[in-house]
Structures are given as C-alpha cells and as structure tokens.
Design a protein around this ligand. Structure first.
Ligand code: DAH
Length: 331
C-alpha cells in the first residue's frame, strides 16, 4: 500500500516542478490538495488498508500531505516573486487608492461656545475684553459694591491665594478693569474662568466659565438690557427658545434680574437659571470715577457651561471637564 503514497509523492512533485503560471498552480492545487484532490483521496483509502499497515500508512500519508502543501506554498511564493515584486510579501498596496483621513483634533465644546458667544455679541457691536484670573479684593468685591460684611466675601466661599488675592469668583471684575481704563460709551463682553468652592453636582462645578457684558452710554434702559439678552438667546438657541427675566438682587446692579432659559436635560423641559443682570449701580460708577448722573448702563454675567448644556442638551456639567474623547468628539 505504501507504494501508492510514494507514487503520489513522485507525481505531485513532478507536476509542481512543471507549473509555470498561477493558473497552472491553481489547477495543481485542485488536483492534489482540493477537497476532491488526490491527497484527500489517499486519506480516504486508510479505511481499506489492512489493520497492521494502518499506522504506517496513516503516518506516511500525513507526511506526504505536509510535503505537498509545503511545496505548493513555496512554489506560490516563487511564482509571485517572479511575476510582480509587490506580491512577494504582505498585502498588495494600491498606491492610487485614496488614503484614510487622519483623525483631526477639534476645539473643546466650551471654546466653541465661547467663540459663538463672541460672534453673536460681536454682531451687536460688543468688543471682547479680558482680565486676570487672580484678582484683588478691590476688583472682585469692593468696586462692585460688595461690602466687607457681604456673605459672598466669606473666605470659605472663595479661593483666596493670599490675604488680599483670590481666584476671581466672577467675571464682573473685568467690568471694573475696563471702566477704570476707558471713558464711555462702552460696549464690551469678557469671557473667562471663575472659581468657587461649591459642591459639585450635575449643574455646579468649582471652576466654570462666564461671559460678562457691559454697556455704558447715555439713556441706557432696562429695555435695552432685556432686548439684548433675548436677541442673544435667540441667536444662540434659535427663535423658539423660551427665556425669561426674574427680579433678583446683586450689589452691583439696581434693579437686578436673573435670566432663565427653558431646557430639557433629560427630565423634561425645565427653567434653568443661566446668569444675572441689571442696571449698573451708581456706586459702581462712582468707584471707577464715572458720574452716575451722566452715565447709565446695563451689565450681565452668564454661565457658559449652562449655555452649552442648553444648546447641546448636555445633562451633566461634569462631562465638560472629564476630557473623555468619546464625548468631546461628538461636537
Ligand atoms: N457676577 C454675578 C455672578 O457671578 C452675575 C452677574 C449678575 C453679573 C449681574 C453681572 C450682573 O454683570 O449685572 O453671580
């Protein structure tokens, strides 16, 4: 029985030696190694082999199969090599195919929102001002008409870095810096980080961003304030956005109000406070050397995270600072 194997060994190698093209090689594969090929048939003969010869036959048949497979593979390699160099190893590369685009970075959603805010107010004639994040008590409190006894000045409610300096708790500081350095009329916004040791939850963080607005001119009224904020909200969120002003109190404005925007953060539509506003208090004008009899103005300070949450339906402020790219890539 073993002669059958030897014969097949001989035939296979002889035929493989004669193969000179890929088509011939494929024909060889079918004839010898295919599912109905000679090697398969040989394996099938095992059951008819006398019992005592079975082990030797099985072993030799297996060796033959491996030899033919190896010879086939090396022939395939050498054929490929002589036909085209690129087939020698690895996958073929089509250099004319368009490449896969590299994944680009993008601006953080807060940066995008800040840019959009500046754009909207820019169209209304507001320019952008900046101020330092480490502030003195004068700019953070005193000039803003916040007396020493006011709870907002409590050291436990602020991040003081020295006796007189703190991480600013509001961008209203920039109102003072702008007015100290310029004469009216003034129309500015200022965006930046503010810091408060608040308890962190879905709508509060210890560092967040505000956009401050200040408009000083003759005969500025509450109507100007209201229409400016409504126009802003509609430009940001679309003309159907629901907004309202609710009377409130701030030391640096009189009268004062809070701006509420209706938003759905997963629990149905709810009113959310997005910031404060009002008519600049005469004491603030006095602190910067403006005559409150001559000048009038409005101011506002809005939380940028909350505006972004409304715009992009983000239910949790913490997601904005976790830097999870799966979240950030969506914007
Ligand atoms: N600074 C206030 C805050 O952080 C917000 C604010 C209220 C700003 C009224 C203003 C304003 O400019 O006029 O809560």
């Amino acid at each position: 029985m073993l002669e059958v194997i030897e014969q097949l060994d001989h035939d296979a190698h002889a035929e493989l030696d004669a193969v000179s093209s890929e088509d011939e090689l494929e024909a060889f594969r079918i004839k010898f190694l295919g599912s109905k090929g000679a090697v398969k048939k040989l394996m099938g003969m095992l059951k008819d082999v006398p019992k005592e010869q079975k082990p030797a036959f099985g072993k030799n048949a297996n060796i033959l199969r491996q030899k033919v497979e190896q010879a086939f593979e090396s022939k395939k390699g050498s054929l490929g090599g002589s036909a085209t160099a690129s087939k020698k190893s690895g996958p073929m590369i089509d250099v004319t195919e368009p490449g896969s685009p590299p994944r680009l970075g993008r601006e953080h959603i807060i940066t995008q929102t800040i840019n959009e805010i500046a754009d909207v107010f820019g169209r209304m004639g507001f320019e952008v001002a900046t101020g330092p994040e480490i502030e003195d008590e004068h700019h953070n409190f005193i000039a803003l008409n916040i007396p020493a006894s006011h709870p907002a000045r409590d050291p436990v409610d602020n991040f003081f870095v020295s006796d007189d300096e703190l991480l600013r708790s509001q961008t209203s500081t920039i109102q003072i810096r702008v007015m100290e350095n310029r004469e009216p009329p003034i129309r500015v916004i200022a965006t930046g980080r503010v810091y408060r040791p608040d308890e962190i939850d879905a709508t509060h963080h210890q560092m967040f961003h505000q956009v401050e607005g200040l408009y000083v001119d003759k005969n500025v009224s509450m109507v100007d304030l209201k229409s400016t904020l409504i126009q802003f909200a509609h430009a940001m969120f679309g003309p159907d956005a629901d907004v309202m002003l609710v009377p409130s109190y701030f030391p640096f404005t009189e009268p004062s109000a809070e701006l509420y925007v209706k938003m759905d953060l997963g629990k149905g539509l709810e009113w959310m406070e997005v910031g404060g506003c009002g008519m600049v208090d005469p004491n603030v004008f006095k602190a910067v050397g403006y005559d409150p009899e001559e000048w009038t103005g409005f101011a506002f300070g809005l939380g940028i995270e909350r505006l972004a949450m409304r715009k992009y339906q983000i239910p949790d402020i913490r997601w904005l600072f976790e830097n999870d790219v799966r979240f950030l890539r969506q914007f």
